[in-house]
Design a protein around this ligand. Structure first.
Ligand code: S3P
Length: 424
């Protein structure tokens, strides 16, 4: 399906974005393993998180919604039931990778699969550490479908070869069941929502810099969780306001966990007019209201430890760097090739169609600045973040971009266009 995108607009006013996707997945999974009812306010009802709910329902967990609160009737660490059919994660990499850590330790076997994008995404990164812990996982040459035979696990010390919160979280979830101590060491810190939430539920986890120690546990205690707005969704609106004239927006209640704010740090370095208001903590997560005004930006090079802290925002960086003064380079970002699409390729191809000049490199991009955007027909590659990035670029065009296959936006940001429309 094709959408003619809004164009030549600026953004003004107050808004909120939907709940954080990463935290929403974890609230269902960890809630399902606790003993009793976990309530979740602000859950993201995007397709990916609904896939997590469906998998846990198939594993025998009662999950219901009452007045916008999700109730998860946790059945304890050993309370999951063998599913009748193959578990299906849709497009959600987070679901398949995290749940594999849990399924590795159950007393049943099951199969798990997803859509055509999931069937291409690398699973060796979880199969390897989980197998070292004693898991028994069959795959299609390290790709899904995965066949997981529950086993007795033991703790390991694991130096993460790639910065990945999904891999780290799969190991930490497995460690709840593993005999002895599990240690995970990261070169660069990836998002730490699992560590924060597991600790809140009473897990025995200690974090010291980039090293996490976790011990097995008998019981997790249910929690009342309030999920903050998703910074990765907010970043689309932030860029929309920065790149259009006379824009001024406030996005309320956004999570600003340091492991997620790399892109904001980069924008500040580029000269962005962004302020943080009413900073507070909710369930151990830092939250604030973000105020953004149109800004003239200068180019910047990015690489190293900031990359995992802005991994989902790099397509947006490619857009904003194309409009900044000077040329920018992205390095150390080869992980982008393994997302919902090969985002180095897909974002360069699509932005180049609308007037940018981006050269792909093996681990990133070289981005020419000061470009003028021109409308064209663009593709989403069924990748929600590519689709939204093109929609934000259209705000800066004098004619509309036509975007094919835009429905994938519902994966992480249902009502994206509704929220955008209320701001122009
Ligand atoms: C996520 C981690 C990131 C991110 C994804 C969500 C998570 O992936 O790209 O959108 O919730 O753990 P990696 O950990 O594989 O980099």
């Amino acid at each position: 399906m094709k959408k003619i995108l809004p164009y030549n607009k600026n953004l003004k006013g107050k808004t909120k974005v939907l709940g954080d996707k990463s935290i929403s997945h974890r609230a269902i999974m960890i809630g399902a393993l606790a003993e009793g009812i976990t309530t979740i306010k602000g859950f993201l009802k995007g397709e990916d998180c609904i896939s997590t709910i469906n998998c846990f329902k198939d594993l025998g967990i009662k999950i219901e919604e009452q007045n916008d609160i999700i109730k998860v009737y946790g059945n304890g660490l050993y309370g999951l039931k063998k599913p009748k059919n193959t578990l299906y994660v849709g497009n959600s990499g987070t679901t398949i990778r995290l749940i594999s850590g849990i399924l590795s330790a159950q007393d049943f076997s099951c199969e798990i699969t997803g859509d055509s994008s999931i069937l291409k995404r690398p699973m060796k990164r979880i199969i390897e550490p989980l197998s070292l812990m004693g898991a028994n996982i069959d795959s299609n040459n390290y790709l899904a479908p995965l066949n997981i035979k529950g086993s007795k696990l033991k703790g390991i010390t694991y130096n993460m070869p790639v910065a990945s919160a999904q891999v780290k979280s799969a190991i930490l979830l497995a460690s709840l069941y593993a005999e002895g101590k599990t240690i995970v060491k990261e070169n660069f810190k990836s998002r730490d929502h699992s560590e924060i939430m597991l600790k809140n539920f009473g897990a025995n986890i200690n974090v010291n810099g980039n090293t996490i120690e976790s011990y097995p546990i008998h019981k997790l205690t249910p929690q009342n969780i309030e999920i903050c707005g998703d910074i990765s969704s907010a970043c689309f609106l932030i860029v929309g306001a920065l790149i259009t004239k006379n824009s001024h927006i406030i996005i309320e209640n956004v999570g600003i966990n340091e492991t997620r704010t790399g892109f904001i740090d980069v924008l500040l370095k580029m000269g962005a007019n962004i302020s943080f208001l009413n900073t507070r903590y909710i369930n151990g997560e830092k939250v604030c209201d973000i105020e953004v005004k149109s800004s003239n930006l200068k180019a910047v090079n990015i690489g190293g430890s900031v990359i995992p802290r802005m991994i989902d925002e790099i397509p947006l960086f490619a857009l904003i760097a194309s409009l900044a003064d000077g040329n920018s380079i992205v390095k150390d970002a080869s992980e982008l090739k393994f997302k919902e699409s090969n985002r180095i390729k897909t974002i360069s191809t699509e932005l180049n169609k609308i007037g940018c000049n981006i050269v792909e490199t093996d681990d990133g991009m070289i981005i020419e600045g000061n470009r003028k955007l021109v409308a064209n027909e663009c593709e989403s590659y069924n990748d929600h973040r590519i689709a939204m990035c093109i929609a934000i670029a259209s705000l800066r065009c004098n004619e509309p971009i036509a975007l094919n296959n835009y429905k994938c936006i519902d994966i992480s940001f249902p009502n994206f266009f509704g929220i955008l429309e209320n701001l122009y």
